[in-house]
Design a protein. Structure first.
Length: 159
């Protein structure tokens, strides 16, 4: 799972590299054969766009994971001091326990989400650059990218 999560996060910087670099990174991370089959300009451009969008989504998920964990673990340091109306209040111990449970305990789920983005990155690369695999990862990548953009905009408006 760690390799998949790493692959998802590494997608953003590697997206701007030539396709040969992408193939080399894929082989090294997953220890699988990955050969380029003359992807062409169009396939390379589509892959670059998907790599950027899914890489940004993975970085945003990693940011939210760290933010939730830090706020959950260090809740008394980041809280305003009004535990009466806080989740788990009216005591500090109750508020801290609830925020810890909601922020730090879901860390494996966040890593699983990022690893899933990494698997999707791999399937998109296989379809576009290696010309193997099914077509549905492209559709899923487009839907997930659009949903990620919408979620990011909604998140920006709430802060």
């Amino acid at each position: 799972m760690a390799r998949r999560a790493y692959y998802a996060v590494a997608a953003l910087p590697v997206a701007f590299a030539p396709t040969a670099v992408w193939a080399r990174v894929t082989r090294r991370v997953f220890h699988i054969p990955f050969e380029l089959h003359t992807p062409g300009g169009w396939r390379s451009a589509v892959h670059t766009v998907f790599a950027i969008l899914l890489g940004l989504l993975a970085w945003f998920a990693a940011f939210l994971m760290v933010l939730a964990a830090v706020r959950g673990i260090f809740y008394p340091l980041v809280a305003a001091g009004d535990y009466q109306h806080s989740w788990g209040g009216p005591t500090l111990a109750g508020a801290w326990a609830v925020h810890f449970a909601g922020g730090a305990l879901p860390l494996p789920l966040w890593v699983l989400l990022i690893a899933g983005i990494g698997v999707l990155q791999l399937r998109v690369a296989q379809r576009l650059l290696s010309r193997t695999g099914p077509w549905w990862p492209l559709l899923l990548a487009a839907v997930l990218s659009a949903g990620g953009v919408a979620f990011f905009i909604a998140w920006l408006h709430q802060i």
